[in-house]
Design a protein around this ligand. Structure first.
Ligand SMILES: Cc1cc2nc3c(=O)[nH]c(=O)nc-3n(C[C@H](O)[C@H](O)[C@H](O)COP(=O)(O)OP(=O)(O)OC[C@H]3O[C@@H](n4cnc5c(N)ncnc54)[C@H](O)[C@@H]3O)c2cc1C
Length: 234
């Protein structure tokens, strides 16, 4: 059986590994010029960790990330509003509140797939199914036919628009910046968010003495003002 997967992000690669483990080879197509680990911090909840456990990947994933003690939420004046206790949550649901650099997770997943299964520089533009199977059409004018196609091309999925017309992501009301820095001396092992009227800011300690941070400012969708903000201006 021939299976094609559009999108070599976290879902596409994980699905390809799961299929491989039950004897089904899938080919993963990604629009990016290389299968290159990129991104910042990614929090994984207990359900995601259970998935990796089932695939026999959880030890490797856990070794690259950080199991946090909890998640604390503060108001604008620094008052604690709420907190979770990861030990209690993990005892009940399985390893919870785990944070990893997206690039590290992507790298772990890539190691489990052979290079011939990974096709970079292949932006899928549409599917068709005139005969048996499903044909993927790519921007470079090439095409490939499979028994099944799985679409995992992320939040701005072009194929979702084709397959499920009228669906679009729901704008959450804010613009967000994020990054990873060397830990300047933050010792607590919990993630935190501070909520204010204009937005919120948060951070999480990552493995290898790094900190993942993000800052969100409430703003209209596609605000030209927000798009023009440079790192130096923050
Ligand atoms: C480069 C990148 C960096 C990210 N960094 C972070 C982060 O730091 N923190 C965080 O919380 N989330 C981040 N995300 C989002 C997060 O990875 C996903 O929301 C989540 O993991 C779900 O994964 P996914 O596989 O559905 O989508 P994604 O991880 O978004 O992967 C989608 C993949 O599909 C590919 N693609 C898109 N369109 C096409 C097309 N037409 N044809 C072929 N391939 C296509 C993209 O290149 C991408 O590799 C990032 C996503 C990307 C793509």
């Amino acid at each position: 059986m021939k299976i094609g997967i559009v999108g070599g992000g976290i879902s596409g690669l994980t699905t390809a590994i799961a299929l491989q483990q039950i004897g089904l080879e899938a080919t993963v197509f990604d629009a990016a010029p290389k299968f290159e680990p990129v991104g910042a911090g990614l929090a994984l909840a207990a359900n995601a960790m259970k998935g990796f456990q089932k695939l026999g990947l959880s030890d490797q994933v856990v070794s690259k990330g950080n199991c946090l003690d909890g998640f604390h939420i503060f108001d604008h004046s620094g008052q604690l509003i709420n907190r979770t206790d990861s030990r209690a949550m993990s005892a009940k649901y399985g390893l919870d509140n785990f944070v990893i650099h997206r690039a590290s997770l992507h790298q772990v997943l890539l190691q489990h797939l052979s290079p011939e299964r990974l096709q970079p520089n292949k932006r899928a533009v549409r599917t068709s199914s005139a005969g048996p199977g499903v044909t993927l059409h790519f921007q470079d004018q090439s095409e490939a036919t499979f028994d099944h196609v799985l679409v995992a091309d992320g939040i701005n999925s072009a194929l979702r628009q084709q397959l499920l017309p009228g669906t679009s992501p729901h704008y959450a009301g804010y613009t967000c910046w994020r990054g990873v820095i060397e830990n300047p001396g933050y010792e607590a092992n919990y993630a935190s968010e501070t909520w204010g009227k204009a937005g919120r800011v948060g951070w999480s300690p990552l493995a290898e003495n790094k900190i993942y941070w993000f800052a969100c400012i409430n703003a209209p969708q596609n605000s030209p003002h927000m798009k023009a903000v440079q790192v130096d201006g923050l």
